[in-house]
Write a new protein. Structure first.
Length: 117
């Protein structure tokens, strides 16, 4: 079992920055992927970015050049640095841990990001 806990988020003006953090703990072994998804108001959950334990980062087109995902493998943490935020980035952001060994996935509880003036 893996526990996933997000932190960060909040209210920010357009053009501002926020930093989301996610920590995974528990039965973690082998290669894995940690990533971020978001669910805008009234819409479905969508993928934002992910990073593998052995390297490699991927972003959805709408956040490329504005968001940066990074991780600390020793601590099993991942950070999403969000810059140049736009109102359309408003959503509940979820962290996902996916084990490439067991093929199991675990989700955090979500954290609200609101971009508004």
């Amino acid at each position: 079992q893996v526990q996933v806990v997000e932190s960060g988020g909040g209210l920010v003006q357009p053009g501002g920055s926020l930093r989301l953090s996610c920590a995974a703990s528990g039965s973690i072994f082998g290669r894995n992927m940690m990533g971020w998804y978001r669910q805008p108001p009234g819409k479905g959950r969508e993928w934002v970015a992910h990073i593998f334990s052995y390297g490699g980062t991927y972003y959805t087109d709408s956040v490329k050049g504005r968001f940066t995902i990074s991780r600390d493998n020793a601590k099993n943490t991942v950070v999403l640095q969000m810059n140049s935020l736009k109102p359309e980035d408003t959503a509940v952001y979820y962290c996902r841990f996916y084990s490439l060994s067991s093929l199991n996935e675990y989700w955090g509880q979500g954290t609200q990001v609101t971009v508004s003036s």
